[in-house]
Structure formats: C-alpha cells, structure tokens
Design a protein around this ligand. Structure first.
Ligand code: ZN
Length: 180
C-alpha cells in the first residue's frame, strides 16, 4: 500500500510507503510529517494521529538496487535525450508528447520499443499512422534502457495521485510507472 509520499531533504519525491512505515519513521524521528489526511485518523491505546500523506526524511535517502528501468514518461524522455525522435528538435517538458510508433489503433503496444518522445507538431502530422505510412523516419530505434544506468528515475508504484500530493502532481505525472 502506498499511503504516503516520501520526500528527501530537498523536498524531491523519492518514493512511497504505507502508513505504518511512515508512522514508524516519524516516531523514530527519522522523518517529519508535512501533510496529513484530513479524514483518516489512526487510533492506538495511547494516542491518535492523522494519517501521514507526505513526509520529509531527515537523512539522505538510499535508493534500492533495481532490476529494470521503470517505464515512465520521464524515462522515455530521458532515453530520447529530450529530442523529438522525428525532427530532432530539443524539447522542453511542456512540449513533450509521447508517440506510439505503431499506433494503438493498429495494434501498437505501450512499451519501450514502441513509445518515443515527439514534438506536438510531429505527433499531430503522424496522427494514426505508422512512420512509413506518414513518410516519417525515426532518429533511432527505441529500445529498453539498461537497468544500471543511473540517469533514469526510480519506480513509483501508484495508480492514483492523492489530493495531498497535488504540489508534486506534475512531477508524479511524469515519473509514475505506466501500464504496459
Ligand atoms: Zn518533431
């Protein structure tokens, strides 16, 4: 269960934990709560707590070793060097779109091999066509990155963004793990 968003000392999201772990971290003074749930109250014989929804850890956050690079919008953009994979233009985050190389309408999947970063214009021009049908070509063939490459972000196992996480919503949108 991912009840609580964990931020590092710079208030950057580093992961999620369930509320029992969040309470334990706060109890041990390894983290402090910055946002609580307005409705969920935790009761024990000696105290009541509002459920922590966002905590900040006091020490450096140790990332766990991973098996594969999380499949997120951000990591597709990182792999593609923030360049439109059709025209090669450097893009800012607000210009990012993700293109299914083989369109979903033609059976294309959401996967490392079929998703590329594209500018709004190329994505629009390509529409529901394959690159061949649209007369466009890819800068490079999209592949899954290597798990040990440190430039990619960690895994986020969440399906929905809670109201308390709203200040980090755009960050979470880009870093959340996508369904393949
Ligand atoms: Zn483009």
């Amino acid at each position: 269960m991912n009840d609580c968003l964990i931020l590092d000392m710079n208030w950057q999201p580093v992961g999620f934990c369930d509320w029992t772990r969040a309470v334990k971290l706060v109890w041990e003074e390894r983290a402090h709560v910055i946002k609580e749930d307005a409705e969920k109250i935790l009761h024990s014989p000696s105290f009541t707590w509002k459920m922590p929804r966002v905590i900040v850890v006091r020490n450096a956050w140790v990332k766990h070793k991973r098996q594969s690079v999380p499949f997120s919008r951000r990591n597709v953009a990182v792999r593609d060097n923030s360049e439109c994979q059709y025209c090669g233009k450097m893009l800012h985050t607000h210009q990012y779109t993700l293109d299914h190389v083989i369109p979903r309408s033609q059976g294309g999947s959401s996967s490392w091999a079929n998703l590329v970063l594209a500018c709004i214009r190329c994505n629009k021009d390509k529409a529901g066509m394959t690159p061949k049908q649209a007369g466009m070509s890819l800068l490079r063939q999209p592949v899954e990155p290597k798990a040990n490459d440190p430039k990619y972000n960690f895994k986020l196992h969440i399906k929905t963004i809670r109201p308390e996480w709203q200040p980090w919503e755009s960050w979470l949108y880009w870093n959340i793990e996508l369904d393949k």
